[in-house]
Design a binder for this molecule. Structure first.
Ligand code: PEP
Length: 256
C-alpha cells in the first residue's frame, strides 16, 4: 500500500491566541477549496497554549491532525514546566514531535531521552514524529549516514515492529533548518533512502516500506513539488513556511 503523504507545520514558539486563530482559520479556508480525496494528511503543531483553541477549530475537519511540539515521558510528578502525555490526550493530540534539533542543541536532549519519549508516546497510543539530522560539519566530514544510523538506532531501541510501523521520521539536516537553504531534493531522497535501510536492518524491509519519512529544512512552496516527486520523501515537516496560511496551503497543494 502506498504511504500516505504528510504536510506538517511546526509553529515553534510563535502565535499567541489571536494569531493562532487567524492562522488556523486561514488554513481551514484554504483547504475548503481543495479536493479532500487527494489531500495529504495535514498536521499542525501549535504551542501548548494554543492547542485547545486550535483543536476546537479543526475538530470537524478529519484531514487535519494536531501535534504537540514536545512532551515529557514521565506520567506525572515534580517536573516543573513540563507537560505529560495524559495532558496532551486532553487536547486530542495525535502526534508528538520529538528529537527536533532545536531541542537536542538548545535543551541538551539526548538520544536516550528521545527514545524514552518515543516509547511513552507509543504506549499512550499517540504517534511520535522522530526528527534526525546532521550538522554541516558532519556532512562535510562525510559522516552523515553513520550519524543518522546512530540517531535512528537509538531512537527505536526497544520499540516493537508493530509500533515502529506507526512512527513518522523527519529527516532534517540542521544546516537547512531556518536558513532558507533547502537540501537538494535528490540528495534528500538519497539520505532518506539510507534511513529506510537502517529501519530495514533494525526490523524488516516490510516495516521500512511502511514507515513515513518526511524531509524538513527550509521547505517552501517553490521547493515542495520537486521534493514530493522523490520516491523516498513522504512529505514535509515545515517551520517558517507553515506560519502563513497562504504558503502552508500552497505546500499542501504541492503534495497533491
Ligand atoms: C523545522 O523547524 O522543523 C523546520 C524544518 O524549519 P524551517 O522549515 O523553517 O527550516
Amino acid at each position: 500500500m502506498a504511504r500516505k503523504p504528510i504536510i506538517a507545520g511546526n509553529w515553534k514558539m510563535n502565535n499567541n491566541k489571536a494569531a493562532a486563530k487567524e492562522l488556523i482559520d486561514g488554513i481551514m479556508y484554504g483547504i475548503s477549496k481543495l479536493d479532500k480525496e487527494n489531500m495529504p494528511e495535514v498536521i499542525v503543531a501549535p504551542t501548548y497554549t494554543a492547542l485547545w483553541q486550535v483543536w476546537d477549530l479543526i475538530k470537524n475537519e478529519p484531514k487535519i491532525s494536531l501535534a504537540a511540539q514536545n512532551v515529557n515521558p514521565n506520567p506525572s510528578g515534580a517536573y516543573t514546566g513540563e507537560i505529560s502525555l495524559e495532558m496532551l490526550e486532553d487536547f486530542n493530540v495525535k502526534y508528538v514531535i520529538i528529537g527536533h534539533s532545536e531541542r537536542r542543541q538548545m535543551f541538551f536532549e539526548s538520544d536516550e531521552f528521545i527514545n524514552q519519549k518515543a516509547i511513552a508516546i507509543l504506549k499512550k497510543g499517540l504517534i511520535p514524529i522522530i526528527c534526525c539530522g546532521e550538522t554541516l560539519e558532519q556532512r562535510e566530514q562525510g559522516v552523515t549516514d553513520k550519524h543518522l544510523e546512530n540517531q535512528i538506532t537509538k531512537a527505536f531501541k526497544g520499540i516493537t515492529t508493530s509500533d515502529a510501523e506507526k512512527c513518522v521520521i523527519a529527516y532534517e539536516p540542521i544546516w537547512a533548518i531556518g536558513t532558507g537553504k533547502s537540501c537538494d531534493a535528490i540528495e534528500a531522497n538519497r539520505t532518506i533512502g539510507e534511513i529506510r535501510k537502517v529501519i530495514a536492518k533494525l526490523y524488516s524491509q516490510d516495516t521500512a516500506d511502511k514507515i513515513r519519512i518526511l524531509y524538513g529544512g527550509s521547505v517552501k512552496p517553490s521547493t515542495i513539488v520537486e521534493q514530493m516527486a522523490q520516491s523516498e520523501i513522504d512529505g514535509g515537516l515545515i517551520g517558517g513556511a507553515s506560519l502563513k496560511a497562504d504558503s502552508f496551503v500552497e505546500l499542501i497543494k504541492g503534495a497533491m
